[in-house]
Design a protein around this ligand. Structure first.
Ligand SMILES: NC(=O)C1=CN([C@@H]2O[C@H](COP(=O)(O)OP(=O)(O)OC[C@H]3O[C@@H](n4cnc5c(N)ncnc54)[C@H](O)[C@@H]3O)[C@@H](O)[C@H]2O)C=CC1
Ligand SMILES: O=C(O)C(=O)COP(=O)(O)O
Length: 394
């Protein structure tokens, strides 16, 4: 039995993916894995009992990845699970930025009398808007969200320009060839009527939009940040709005500074908050955890290499270790000494860390305990797990 601890609102549909004869939820003080959303794990202690953390969602800046890696905790996210939800909110906010819907509704609610219809016709020209059609949107980051926003904006008849110097080969292939790419951020900023940011929060991306970048934008530009707090320099935005060097800032991240500014619209981190996205994310996260806990396979990890190998043998050993020369040699020497015949093996690395899976015939519990102890005595080995193949009944 393994225990999964949850933080934040996790859709029941996700928890239903964890069979009750194999998993408990929130029952142990030493959980085997965590299923979370935006919980700040930098401030939430988690011990070495935690084999894995699955983030139902995209951004993982709420998780201390170095700490997790150094103690052998795998961290996963659920790429794309909430991308459509964010895309739809971006389209909503773009429309709200050009049509004074809120102000006109507020005005209409105050009307009274038998001639309200006449009053409506007389007053409506105070609420004339503009159209998105034909306007240019610059999209910074063309991953799961940015690429969907690009497509939706093109469908609305907008001109689109994207910027993503780090795009993965897989994403680049998926991206429509019709989307022109800017060579530099500046090139995108200077020509866009709307600028929307869809990148992760990293040290490099902190305040990526600051005073210098805003100065390059059109004075009439609308800036949207549905990525993370800290990606846009709020002081620079307020200064620019007050100096009429920016028309509007729309953000999903509140702070005391920006609340109540007339030209700032704040939504309360709602990008991924739809029933569908919450279910998608929770299901994906639960299944990713199951895969890792039950088979050792790693998919959608953000700190370990992705590794999959068919699990056909009775026993599987998984090792998280430093990526240094001769690790496989040292591990297999110990196995040879214990007269364990290797059926199948895989070793993958990611930066300073590596993962080895070894499949073998079954051995006694006593021998297994001894073997794990010996493997853990290799100084560079961080974690060893032994998994029994559930398909093979002893
Ligand atoms: N407001 C909300 O509720 C939500 C916010 N997010 C935020 O949006 C971010 C992006 O999400 P996804 O599109 O799903 O992630 P993704 O990983 O699919 O795409 C991110 C893209 O940004 C690119 N990128 C990174 N740094 C860049 C830079 N400096 N300039 C241009 N491109 C850069 C990457 O190459 C990648 O293609 C997440 O990391 C998260 O912080 C995601 C989901 C919901
Ligand atoms: O997926 C992301 O990165 C998000 O920001 C969504 O956050 P949430 O799961 O709604 O707290």
């Amino acid at each position: 039995m393994k225990d999964i601890k949850t933080y934040n609102v996790i859709a029941q549909e996700g928890l239903d993916e964890l069979p009750a004869d194999m998993y408990t939820v929130n029952k142990s003080t030493k959980p085997d894995a965590l299923l979370i959303r935006s919980q700040d794990m930098h401030k939430t202690p988690f011990g070495t009992s935690v084999l894995a953390i699955a983030r139902a969602g995209a951004g993982v800046n709420n998780i201390p990845l170095e700490k997790a890696t150094s103690q052998g905790t795998a961290v996963f996210n659920t790429p794309g699970s909430n991308a459509n939800a964010v895309k739809e909110l971006i389209i909503t906010m773009l429309l709200l930025s050009v049509r004074p819907v809120f102000a006109s509704v507020k005005w209409a609610q105050k009307l009274a009398g038998a001639d309200v219809s006449l009053q409506t016709e007389k007053g409506k020209n105070h609420f004339a808007g503009t159209e998105l059609y034909g306007k240019k949107i610059g999209i910074i980051g063309l991953g799961n969200i940015g690429s969907r926003v690009a497509k939706a904006c093109m469908d609305l008849g907008m001109k689109v320009i994207g910027y993503d110097p780090y795009i993965s080969v897989e994403k680049a292939w998926q991206l429509s060839n019709d989307i022109p790419r800017a060579e530099s951020l500046e090139e995108l900023l200077e020509q866009s009527d709307f600028i929307t940011i869809h990148i992760p929060y990293t040290d490099k991306n902190r305040n990526i939009i600051g005073e210098d970048e805003i100065n390059v934008m059109k004075d009439t530009a609308v800036l949207l940040n549905y990525s993370r707090w800290g990606i846009v320099d709020e002081d620079a935005v307020i200064k620019a709005l007050d100096a009429k060097k920016l028309r509007l800032f729309i953000t999903d991240f509140s702070s005391e500074k920006i609340l109540n500014h007339k030209q700032i619209i704040v939504t309360p981190h709602l990008g991924g908050t739809t029933e569908e996205a919450e279910i998608n994310g929770a299901k994906m996260a639960a299944n990713t955890l199951r895969k890792y806990l039950e088979t050792g396979d790693i998919v959608n990890s953000v700190n370990l290499p992705n590794v999959e190998m068919a699990f056909d043998a009775p026993l599987r050993l998984t090792l998280i270790h430093q990526n240094v020369p001769n690790m496989v040699g040292r591990i297999t020497t110990i196995l040879a000494k214990e007269e364990i015949n290797i059926d199948n093996m895989i070793n993958r690395s990611r930066g300073k860390i590596a993962y080895t899976m070894i499949d073998a015939a079954d051995i006694s519990e006593g021998k297994l305990k001894e073997l794990k102890k010996e493997l853990l005595e290799i100084p560079e080995v961080i974690r060893v797990r032994a998994l029994h193949n559930p398909k093979i009944v002893k």
